[in-house]
Design a binder for this molecule. Structure first.
Ligand SMILES: Cc1cc2nc3c(=O)[nH]c(=O)nc-3n(C[C@H](O)[C@H](O)[C@H](O)COP(=O)(O)OP(=O)(O)OC[C@H]3O[C@@H](n4cnc5c(N)ncnc54)[C@H](O)[C@@H]3O)c2cc1C
Length: 510
């Protein structure tokens, strides 16, 4: 059961991923696209079908577009005209992205679609297999699994990635600290029927006892959330339908005839982040690396984007093209992203507490959000469109996600994200520069050279505004710019070679 493109001995797989949630599945697909042999081990016998996350933001939609699978998600999701910051409406800008909207889609559907894609790519998913032990040495990791069999099974791989959620066993077994802030509130959530909900009901209602919301997800079904503050539920207190009903009555004064629960759960505003995303041959991604209040719906998005940042790097190292040190850039780039999300969710949780001081703060905040600059700033942060990784280079695009610009090539019209479907780095030569084409020749086995022209003279970049279209770009498989040349002046091909060696590994001899 190997289906392997990479030669090695004594290994069951190149990479074992713990957890078949959205992060683990996305990572598995990224690794398979790059020809890496991967096994996903999942504790549960089957997908839970729990709805959980309710949407995806622009950057995640772009990432799926970069792999050519976005249509599957758009076909079942619902576009939302606005987003929100702590329940305060946020406008989107149709020119900042081809997908300038949140897509309402349930996590259960996202997981199903990712699992289908994984199956198409030949990912092996081994269910009823719970990681219970880890031993790493110089050449690999031995992963112990608790299964339905009497004796524990083991898998040997070169790397293990813990995508096993907020209570990550992989993180704990690796001794990675998880510092952060404790919960200060309890929220109960349920997918239920609400026959007595008034028709004029909209969005979040704040009351002196807390707040509640009821969002229509599917005809006849609502997602009800109640938040109560300064009361933190015990970990072993089971979230039940009755507790949700009691909480709704305390906060709203009625249960709106609530009945027929499909799913009831609980969350809080604890915010923690792994001190290190890598410990030798063990890495962490998604909720295993960071947990926070689900305000603004950022957790799943961040997990998928962790996976897309890590996948191509791990594949390059496994294939022997890049040195192991490339993996350190995963922590360097993604740890600050989650740090900022934890920060903004703490702010959002402060903004929903009951009381006249918070009411006043919300009023002030709402009046600020009328300003375009404030909207742009918050929008960039929530959608993750404004992320800039610490990549060398003075060009304004260096480190940022590349816009999905329209292009002309000798073979016809295309756009930047279509060029990224294979998950390979691309050198986009937009001014027919022979120096640029010559510089990449040594990396022809791993970098695609595309000769094209930009349809537009200027590109709109979130957080920057309009900039002149560049003369050439080295785009990493995750869609971030590793090197760019401006149209005025000669392309710095020495910096291009350095970027190629940094992100794609040293040029092969020969
Ligand atoms: C109410 C609520 C609403 C949310 N809304 C949004 C939203 O709108 N947008 C958004 O982006 N995010 C949202 N989130 C957050 C989102 O649900 C999580 O961030 C997301 O599930 C993280 O995905 P993951 O794959 O990292 O972890 P998980 O989804 O937790 O998956 C981890 C997997 O690992 C498995 N596992 C655990 N331990 C082991 C083990 N030892 N061995 C093998 N397998 C193991 C688990 O069974 C599970 O399948 C919301 C969360 C909640 C609670």
């Amino acid at each position: 059961m190997r289906g392997n493109d990479v030669g090695h001995t004594g290994m069951d797989a190149d990479v074992v991923i713990a957890g078949a949630g959205p992060t683990g599945l996305m990572l598995a697909c990224e690794l398979r696209l790059a020809g890496v042999d991967v096994v996903v081990v999942e504790r549960l016998a089957e997908r839970t079908g729990e709805s959980r996350a309710g949407g995806m933001h622009s950057r995640t939609l772009e990432v799926l577009d970069q792999r050519g699978i976005l249509d599957r998600f758009l076909a079942i999701g619902e576009l939302q005209p606005v987003g929100h910051f702590s329940g305060l409406y946020l406008e989107f800008d149709e020119f900042e992205s081809r997908h300038p909207y949140p897509l309402m889609i349930l996590q259960s559907d996202i997981e199903r679609l990712l699992e289908e894609w994984a199956a198409e790519l030949g990912v092996r998913v081994r269910r009823s297999s719970e990681v219970s032990g880890i031993r790493q040495d110089g050449s690999g990791v031995t992963v112990e699994l608790r299964t339905e069999e009497a004796t524990p099974a083991t898998l040997r791989a070169r790397y293990l990635v813990g995508c096993d959620g907020g209570r990550s066993t992989v993180r704990k077994l690796s001794g990675i600290d998880f510092p952060g802030t404790e919960a200060t509130m309890t929220a109960l959530i349920g997918d239920v029927e609400l026959p007595d909900l008034p028709e004029d009901y909209v969005w979040v209602r704040r009351t002196p006892g807390g707040d509640y919301s009821a969002i229509a997800f599917e005809p006849g079904w609502h997602r009800v959330i109640t938040s109560e503050f300064d009361r933190v539920a015990d970990r072993d207190e089971t979230p039940t339908f009755e507790r949700l009903r009691e909480s709704l009555v305390r906060v709203a004064g009625t249960d709106f005839g609530m009945r027929n629960p499909r799913w009831v759960s609980r969350f809080n505003d604890a915010a923690r982040q792994a001190a290190r995303y890598r410990q030798g041959r063990v890495l962490l991604a998604g909720d295993a690396a960071h947990i926070h209040f689900p305000a603004g719906g950022q957790g799943l998005n961040m997990g998928v984007q962790d996976a897309v940042n890590l996948g191509w790097k791990l594949a390059s190292v496994v294939r022997g093209q890049a040195p192991e040190s490339l993996l350190d850039s995963y922590h360097a780039e993604r740890h600050p992203v989650a740090e900022r999300v934890l920060h903004n969710t703490r702010a959002q949780s402060a903004l929903v507490r009951p009381g006249p001081q918070t009411d006043a703060l919300r009023d002030v905040f709402s009046s600020l959000m009328v300003f375009d600059d404030v909207n742009r700033y918050l929008r960039g942060m929530l959608t993750a469109l404004d992320i800039r990784y610490p990549v060398d280079g003075s060009h304004p695009l260096a480190g940022r996600r590349v816009p999905d610009a329209d292009l002309k090539t000798a073979d016809g019209a295309t756009r930047v994200y279509e060029l990224l479907h294979a998950g390979r780095p691309v050198l986009l030569n937009l001014r027919d520069s022979t120096e640029v084409a010559a510089a990449v020749a040594g990396w022809a086995d791993r970098v695609g050279l595309v000769e094209a022209q930009s349809e537009d003279d200027h590109w709109l970049v979130p957080a920057l505004g309009e900039i002149p279209a560049p003369a050439a770009l080295l785009i990493r498989p995750d869609g971030h710019v590793a090197w760019a040349a401006a149209t005025d002046g000669t392309p710095d091909t020495s910096a291009l070679r350095t970027a190629l060696a940094t992100w794609c590994g040293p040029a092969p001899r020969g």
